[in-house]
Ligand binder design. Structure first.
Ligand code: COA
Length: 172
């Protein structure tokens, strides 16, 4: 009987509010290891995101057009349930510095506790992106700092639009 080989799928979850060049770097690395990568956008309302989940999804679509074997989705609920639904074998997370490790270690073990089949793979972004975070990007942009080298072009545009809108509504 012929066996059909299932593609090795990994899920790269996060809030991505917004996606940065550091995230893109991790996506590229993950695609070298896995046959298919799903970028899974968590709504994460507790983080009070600047962009809603659909806006974040659209920015990621635009910014990752160069990649094959990549899909972008939002997900609700537990990550391990999303993994099972997708038949994914691994969670990809980026580690930028030692300070990321404790939280990531905790999440990896909790996910394994929830589903013993789930493995987490940690990848290091290129060193030029180790200081990046979505919050810092938003903060720098809100004070008029230059972010063009740090995020995809679509993100620079959408942040500028969002900040202008907020300003016109008297929210900043
Ligand atoms: N480049 C740039 N920034 C990076 C980065 C990289 N390579 N890697 C991480 N970051 C930044 C993110 O931008 C983010 O910055 P911010 O805090 O300023 O927004 C921060 O590091 C980490 O956030 P993120 O990667 O978005 O992860 P998160 O910690 O917000 O989200 C989820 C974690 C979504 C994976 C987690 O909450 C989850 O799995 N939720 C689903 C519910 C669930 O299953 N919970 C149980 C988990 S054990």
């Amino acid at each position: 009987m012929a066996h059909t080989k299932r593609p090795q799928v990994a899920v790269y979850p996060g809030t991505f509010d917004p996606i940065t060049n550091g995230h893109i770097d991790i996506i590229g690395r993950a695609l070298r290891l896995f046959e298919h990568v799903v970028v899974a956008v968590a709504p994460n309302p507790t983080k009070a995101p600047l962009f809603d989940a659909n806006e974040r999804l659209n920015m990621i679509f635009h910014a990752t057009k160069q990649f094959k074997n990549l899909s972008v989705e939002t997900f609700e609920g537990l990550l391990v349930h999303e993994m099972k639904r997708r038949g994914a074998i691994a969670i990809v997370r980026g580690i930028r510095a030692v300070s990321d490790f404790e939280y990531e270690f905790q999440m990896a073990l909790m996910n394994r506790k929830l589903d013993n089949n789930v493995e987490t793979v940690f990848l290091m972004p290129s060193e030029e992106y180790t200081y990046l975070s979505s919050s810092l990007i938003k903060e720098v942009a809100s004070y008029g700092g230059e972010i063009a080298d740090l995020v995809p072009e679509i993100v620079s545009e959408k942040i500028a639009q969002k900040l202008a809108l907020k300003k016109s509504q008297g929210k900043t």
